[in-house]
Structures are given as C-alpha cells and as structure tokens.
Design a protein around this ligand. Structure first.
Ligand SMILES: Nc1nc2c(c(=O)[nH]1)N[C@H]1C(S)=C(S)[C@@H](COP(=O)(O)OP(=O)(O)OC[C@H]3O[C@@H](n4cnc5c(=O)[nH]c(N)nc54)[C@H](O)[C@@H]3O)O[C@H]1N2
Ligand SMILES: Nc1nc2c(c(=O)[nH]1)N[C@H]1C(S)=C(S)[C@@H](COP(=O)(O)OP(=O)(O)OC[C@H]3O[C@@H](n4cnc5c(=O)[nH]c(N)nc54)[C@H](O)[C@@H]3O)O[C@H]1N2
Ligand SMILES: [Mo]
Length: 840
C-alpha cells in the first residue's frame, strides 16, 4: 500500500549540526511545566496538532475558546488554525444511529433508501453487536472478498488514533478484507514515475530550498498553488515551506506560474502568469522541446549519460510515427500560448539554472501519466537534473517538501497487525507473517482482489469484471459490506451520481464519523467518533522535515457518546470473543501505552545518534506533563541536499530503480503492455473533454482545485465557510468576459450543469482565470434536493469517473466540461450541515 507518505527519511552521519537557513522563527512563549498537570485541563492551554499545524488551544471551564498557531513561522495567517472550537462543537454525530429500514431487516435493507430513510438512535452496545453480527454473516455467506476496508481518506493527525489503520487492524484480526492500491493525490504519477526515474518521486524529499535560493535564476511553478496547498501536511504542517516562499519573494529569482488560474501564489510572488488551456501542458512542453532541438539548445551529453530512449521520442516529435510535427506552432494551437512565449520560455530555461516545481493537478486528468513523464524528458534535455539550482521537483507544494530533514528520533504508529486465522468459526491467533500460509490462502485471494481506489464505483457496479492495470489483470471482488472511517467518499469521488448507483449495491455500509458528513448520511450504521481534540495522541510535524515531536493531549471531554475509533473496534472485537479482543489490543493496551512506546522508541533512537547530533529528549512522563513539542535541527548535509545528486555523480554506482538504471524517456516495459492509452514514450493525447472539443451544451472547462480554506471537505461545516461562501454556496470562479456574455454578476447564484449532474454555486467574477475556464473547488458538502441538484455546490457531481489510462487507473478530476447559467428559481435552503432525519 503506497499511502505511507511519512517515509522514513535517510538520516545522514554528518558531524556538523547547522541551523538551517530559516527565516527568523519567533517561538511562542514557553509553557511552564508546573502549570500543567497530566489530567484534563479545565482552565488553561493545551498543545495539539492538526494537518494545518501545531496548535495552542485555550480552554475555559472545560470548553475550547481559542485556537491559534503554537509558533509564528511566517507572516501569512493560516485561517484553518482558528476553528478548532467549531471542529468540536458543530455538526457532530453524538450517538450511534441505524438507518430505519436496515434496523427493521438487515437482510433486506432497502438500499435505495440510503440517504432518504430516517435514522433511529440505538444504544452503543446494540450498535456494536449489530456490526459484529452482520460482518460475521457477510463473511460466512460471501467470504472475505465481500468485505471492503479500503477506506481512503485524510483522517486526523495522530500516529496512534489512525482511523484507517485501526480499521485494517480490526478487519485483519477478524479475518481479512479487500483493500485498494494507490491514492487520489498522485494516482497517475506514482505509477508512471517508477518506470521513468525508478521511484514514485511524488513523495520524495526535494532539492533543498537553501540551494534554490542560492543558485536558481528561474523558479517555475507549473500547475501548483503552494501558498494555498502548503497550509496542510499529512502529519502536521511545519509551515516552513511557506516561509521559504516568503524568502523567494524577496529574492531576485524570476518566478513564472504556468496555470489556467492566476493563483494566490502567482499574486503573492508577483510572478509572470502564463495561462495554458487546461490539460494541454504536454503539448506546451513538446513545443518547447522541439524548439530546443531546432536551436541546438539540448544537453546531449546529459541525454547520453543519464537517459535512454531520446531518439525514439525525438522521432515522435518530428512526426515520424503519426505524421504530425509537434513543433511550436502545433503546440501553440493546442495550448493557446503564443509561439513567441513558448520559444522564450524554452530558451530561458536552457540558459539559466531553472527549478521547475510541479503540482499534481495536471496528472489528475485523463492521460495523467504523460505530464510528469514529459516534464522529466524536458528537464533531461535542459541537463540540470541533480544540480544545485536546477531540475524539477514534484513536492514543493506539498507537506513542505524542500525543507531540510531534521535529525532526531521518529515517532512510530499503530500497525494493521497480520491477519487472524479462523477455523470452523474459531479464532486461532494471528498469522505469523502475511504470507498466505497457515490456512490463510484467502489472503492471496483478497490481495488479488484489491483494486486501484479510484475505480470504486466501477468495482461496486461490476463485480467479477477484469481490468488492465499496470501490466496486470485485476478482477473486481463482489463487495457486500463496506466499512469506511476517516474519509468522505460521497464528496471525494468523481461523478457522484454514478457513485450513488454503486453505493446502493452492498447490503451493509458502516461509517465511523465525527460529523454528519454526506458519507455518514448515506450509511446504514453510523458510529460517533471522537475528534482528535477529545483523546490522547502523538505526532511528528513535517512529513519531509521530521521537525517536531508533538504531544496531542486530550483537550476536552468527548461530545455525546462519541468514542475513539480504537475503542469502537476493540468493543466489536469483544463481541467476537476475549481472545480476539486480546489480539486486537495486544492484551489490553490502551492508547496511552502505545503513545508512550512510540515516544520511548524515538528517544532511544535519538540517544543512539548522540546528544551532539540531536536535541535531547526528556522522559515520556516529563514530555507529557510539560505539554510542549520537541524541535529537532537539520544537519548541514541535509540543508545542502540535492535530489538525484548521487545518480548524477556516478550513474553506474548509483543506478536508478528503472529497467536500465537510467532515466527512461522510452520504456521497454510499457511498450510490452501494448496499451493504446499509454505508449512507450511521452505522448500527446487529446482529452475526452477539453476546450478543444467544447460545445454549446458544455462550453467551459471545470477545474476542481483543492480549497485554500478547507482540507478537502474538512472544515466545510465550520464558520470559516462564512468567509468564502456566496449566499451560503460554494464559490465558483468565472472569467469577467464569460460572465458578462452570460449576464452573470459577482454574487449571483448560478446553476452549473452537464450530462452528469447539476449544482448551485455562487459566482465570483474575476480576471484571474483564463476565459473558458471555471473553478469550483473540491470538498463542498454534497447536499442533494429531491431531484438530485446539489444545493451547496459539491464539484464531483460534475466530474468524470474514468481512469487516467490502463497503466495507472488514476482519477481524472481535472478533466471535464460544464455549462453555467444564472439561477432564477427560488433559492433552496442548504441542509448539508444539519443532522439527518431522526438524528439529534
Ligand atoms: N474533483 C476533485 N475531487 C477530488 C480531488 C480533486 O482535486 N478534485 N482531490 C482528491 C484528493 S487528492 C484527495 S486526497 C481526496 C480527499 O478525500 P478525503 O480524504 O475523503 O477528504 P476529507 O474531507 O479530508 O475526509 C476525511 C474525513 O475523515 C473524517 N475524520 C477525521 N478524523 C477522523 C477520525 O479520527 N475518525 C474517523 N472515523 N473519521 C475521521 C473527517 O471528518 C472527514 O469527513 O479527494 C479527492 N477528490
Ligand atoms: N489548503 C489546502 N491544502 C491542501 C489540500 C486541501 O484540500 N486544502 N489538499 C492536499 C492534498 S490531499 C493534495 S493531493 C494536494 C494537491 O495539490 P495539487 O494537486 O497541486 O492541487 P490542485 O489544487 O489540484 O491544483 C494545483 C494547481 O494546478 C492548476 N491546474 C489544474 N489543471 C491544470 C492544468 O491542466 N495545467 C496546469 N498548468 N495547471 C493546472 C490549478 O489551477 C491549481 O492552481 O494539496 C494538499 N494541500
Ligand atoms: Mo490528495
């Protein structure tokens, strides 16, 4: 499973510790240990962490009254840091609920009534017993392949209360489950990149910012909006990436943003804005490549030493394969950028140390394998990969990539354990390893049933269907039981109306959730989960930097009857029997026991480096009582890190993990798959829906960027929404000229629609978006009326549910056309943030 983003990063043995060239960091005032005891704070402050940073919460009479950043790292305010109270007190699921028809007859639960039926409150014990009973039933009648535990999502920060891993742990102990491969973020790139550069690349540490600030002449931000997307990280944001962008602004480096939208980043950096048509970057890059060849501005020495397959690619560029010359004129016609600009860009990049920072949106599009492959090809021609101020990076916009890795112990996390062996209904213990030994041959079966996660609707709708995937064949399982925790599939998956049909297929859907999200409302059994502020946990900050160890002490009492996911699963295990409970809890361990263990392992690790190398760590008890993060420093060699430097220094000793050990511009392996939608070298494919085939029915390209003021759907229910919503709806960005042609004014409510569905949204009329393009950010809570119109503005009602290609089967959220009109009907009430029928 490739979702472990917090990869264990190599820690060097350099003797010198240097403070990284950081902006001045003004630390928050230290918290006096004496004022904090280890119990719950009734009045005072508590340190915690969220994806959006390390937070200091003020508690008054046992309630959260204020939430602010623990340290000031940049002058940019991160609004996500101030709404913790709403994250505890608003839109909560307070009790266990069961959908009425399901409760009446779980064997014939009228799945078409999901989302329509009322909910019935049941006791916690009743809910636990019901889940155990129905799960057992499905397993007995339909086997492990019927139980889906893929459960993708951004659950909360915290290494112990990791909802998704806890679900896997529970489903493993009770006999296994069907999972998924890949993720939504980088579905295409993480599959193609191993063929090209020998690693998934998207989650690797980047050439350090210090190198860029010293050596780059150009920084190109290609389809990324780091000022917005760096507000969060997978663990907890260390925020240093933002501070480096502040430094970039002050430097003499020329910055270019290539994006259909003049992003916050573009505006913040006063960068040059180049706006290609969406999904045409491959053509743009090919135009640049052709121009470089024509001008003889190609580093042939680099291509010969470090790459393979350039000749095949060049003959494709020249049109020897298909009769089409991919020259500057051809590119300009496709992407809409002037020929002169394409030529200038290419030459400037060749003539100057240039770091190209690419985001991931362009690979969340049909044929999303191509853009980053073409980018690596272009950068190979420029010959700057592995140098101090040049090359490319695919993670400067994410989790503070490029912030040097600190030296210190690393906090571990809860594990999924191995699978339980069951014989004749009896639990025989956990398998010794995850090899399909000991009668666990289902494991092999279940593994062969796991599928690329963005194919979820297809899998639910077509059990038994075989698809191509990355050189293999995958047969979909016959899913009849879904258990989802820590994700919001009804919002995150493309083409909601198709998903709704698929969602009706399984007999049972159980969801543990904190809030009444659209996915919780569409479940049969809903278990109330605590938020991370209502339980103890521990995390690190900085997915790449490993900068802090942060205590996440429980701040307030749980709302209603909400329980930790760990506890909910432990209690279901108890229904299965004491030995199952003991296996799941490792003989009765509590959350705090795990937290202590992770801390002490990190402490031993830190000690083994010697105190000169890493910040000393106190005992666990002291750390916990003190309620303050530990900060590590980066050694010099990490401050100077250059991605691919070792390969460039010695490509024979430090070969890449590709077939040839070199950068592959042509891949023999992919050639052998013989796919029509992913060829052996970077290829321009026309997307199924783009401005090149826009019609009267659907004239606008829809981009569904990640929202600056949310993490996906998280926080949509908080009062932060009031800062961006337009008449209570999700904002849609629309070009001034387009708006005027349609008679739409700023602040109007519009209907956005296509053959897949329709939503209401609030118009924000602007010059900051290319004509013909509109932007409706992902993550708005799906809020259907009786006819299926989304009253709030969930973008995925309009997107396409298709695979990128047979290679990666990633999602294509940024490909798709829509129509827009001024909404003239009576404005329906938004009900997304209210409890469903029957629930308090
Ligand atoms: N159109 C379009 N769609 C997209 C994208 C796009 O660019 N465009 N991007 C895609 C990408 S990259 C991603 S990563 C996905 C994100 O999709 P998700 O990760 O599903 O989105 P979140 O809103 O973060 O959902 C997390 C859910 O977990 C719940 N949760 C948090 N903590 C806990 C916990 O401790 N226990 C339990 N039980 N639940 C918890 C939260 O309340 C929330 O409902 O969206 C994808 N969808
Ligand atoms: N505040 C905040 N930060 C986040 C998240 C969040 O929800 N909120 N989500 C996090 C997650 S899970 C992920 S995966 C990352 C996502 O990070 P990204 O995938 O990089 O983010 P996106 O918003 O999808 O798109 C980035 C930029 O690409 C542009 N773009 C879209 N299509 C094209 C195209 O065809 N060509 C070009 N040149 N540009 C294009 C968009 O206009 C946008 O400015 O962000 C992370 N950070
Ligand atoms: Mo993502």
């Amino acid at each position: 499973m490739g979702l472990d983003r917090r990869k264990f990063l190599k820690i060097g043995a350099n003797l010198s510790i240097a403070l990284p060239l950081m902006p001045n960091i003004i630390h928050a005032k230290g918290i006096e240990a004496s004022k904090i005891n280890s119990g719950l704070v009734k009045n005072g402050s508590v340190i915690t962490a969220a994806h959006w940073g390390i937070l200091k919460l003020s508690i008054k009479d046992g309630k959260i009254v204020k939430s602010e950043p623990w340290e000031k790292v940049t002058n940019m305010d991160n609004p996500l840091q101030h709404y913790t109270a709403d994250m505890v007190y608003k839109s909560r699921i307070k009790y266990p609920y069961v959908r009425k028809s399901y409760l009446e007859n779980p064997d014939n639960p009228k799945t078409e009534l999901r989302g329509k039926d009322e909910f019935v409150r049941v006791s916690y014990d009743e809910a636990i017993k019901l889940i155990a009973k129905e799960l057992k039933k499905t397993r007995e009648q339909k086997g492990t392949q019927a139980i889906f535990g893929g459960s993708y999502g951004w659950k909360s920060s915290g290494n112990m209360q990791n909802a998704r891993i806890l679900l896997h742990r529970f489903l493993n102990v009770t006999g296994g489950f069907v999972g998924v491969s890949g993720d939504y973020s980088t579905g295409a790139s993480q599959v193609i990149m191993p063929y090209v550069v020998g690693s998934i690349e998207v989650y690797e540490q980047q050439t350090s910012w210090d190198n860029i600030l010293k050596h780059s002449k150009y920084v190109v931000i290609w389809g990324a909006d780091p000022i917005s997307t760096l507000r969060i990280a997978w663990t907890a944001s260390d925020q240093r990436g933002l501070a480096y962008f502040e430094k970039l602004k002050k430097s003499k480096i020329k910055v270019i943003c290539i994006d259909p939208i003049r992003t916050d980043t573009c505006k913040f950096l006063n960068a040059k804005w180049i706006a290609p048509k969406p999904n045409t970057d491959v053509a743009l890059m090919m135009g640049m490549a052709s121009h470089l060849i024509a001008k003889q501005k190609v580093d042939y020495n680099f291509l010969e030493t470090y790459t393979t397959g350039f000749e095949q690619f060049k003959s494709y560029l020249e049109g020897k394969e298909d009769g089409i010359k991919k020259d500057v004129k051809w590119a300009s016609q496709i992407c809409g950028i002037e020929e002169k600009t394409i030529r200038e860009l290419a030459e400037n990049f060749y003539d100057n140390p240039t770091m190209i920072m690419s985001g991931w949106a362009m690979q969340r599009a049909q044929h999303g394998e191509q853009p980053h492959w073409m980018l690596v090809t272009l950068c190979s021609m420029l010959g700057q990969i592995g140098t101090k101020g040049g090359g490319f990076g695919l993670s400067y916009h994410y989790s503070n990539g490029g912030v040097p890795t600190c030296k210190g112990g690393v906090i571990g996390g809860i594990t999924a354990l191995s699978v339980g062996i069951w014989k004749n209904g009896k639990f025989k213990g956990l398998a010794q390893s995850n090899n399909a030994s000991e009668g666990a041959e289902w494991l092999q079966n279940a593994a062969s049933y796991s599928f690329p996660l963005a194919r979820i609707s297809d899998a639910l709708l077509h059990p038994g269907k075989t698809i191509d995937h990355n050189g293999e064949k995958i047969t979909y399982p016959n899913i009849d039981f879904i258990y989802w925790v820590g994700g919001n599939p009804l919002v995150h998956h493309q083409d909601t109306n198709t998903l709704l049909k698929a969602w009706r297929k399984p007999r049972t859907i159980v969801v543990n959730e904190i809030y009444w999200t659209p996915s919780a409302k569409m479940a049969d059994i809903v278990m109330p989960a605590t938020s991370s502020y209502e339980r103890d946990d521990i995390t690190m900050s900085g997915d790449y930097a490993n900068m802090h160890i942060v205590p996440m002490k429980q701040a307030v009492l749980p709302e209603g009857e909400s329980k930790d996911d760990y506890e909910i699963f432990a209690d279901i295990c108890k229904v299965y029997g004491e030995n199952v409970f003991n296996a799941y809890t490792q003989n009765g361990l509590k959350a705090k026991d795990f937290i202590k263990e992770y801390y002490e392992n990190a402490l031993n690790q830190t000690k083994s480096f010697g105190e000169v190398f890493a910040t000393p760590m106190p005992s666990f008890e002291e750390f916990w009582a003190k309620n303050e993060p530990i900060t590590f420093q980066a050694p010099n060699e990490n401050v100077e890190y250059i991605r691919f430097a070792d390969f460039i220094e010695d490509p024979i000793l430090n070969t890449l993990g590709t077939d040839s050990g070199l950068i592959e511009i042509y891949s023999q392996s992919i050639a052998k798959y013989n796919y029509d939608d992913c060829k052996a070298h970077p290829t321009w494919f026309e997307p199924i829906e783009w401005l090149g085939n826009a019609s009267k029915e659907a004239p606008f390209h829809l981009l569904t960027n990640h929202p600056a003021n949310r993490l996906h759907s998280q926080m949509c229910h908080t009062s932060l929404r009031e800062k961006y919503a337009v008449k209570g709806r999700e904002p849609i960005l629309i070009n001034k000229k387009d708006a005027s042609k349609l008679g739409i004014k700023n602040g109007d409510i519009v209907r956005v629609f296509n053959k897949r569905g329709e939503v209401l949204a609030g118009a924000v009329v602007s010059d900051d978006i290319l004509e013909g393009v509109v932007r409706l950010c992902e993550g708005g809570w799906y809020d259907p009326d009786e006819k299926g119109l989304c009253k709030y503005g969930s973008a995925n009602v309009l997107t396409l549910d298709m695979p990128t290609s047979k290679l990666a089967n990633g999602n294509i959220a940024h490909t798709g056309l829509v129509n827009i009109e001024k909404y003239k009907g009576d404005l329906p009430l938004v009900t997304a943030f209210k409890s469903p029928k029957g629930a308090l």
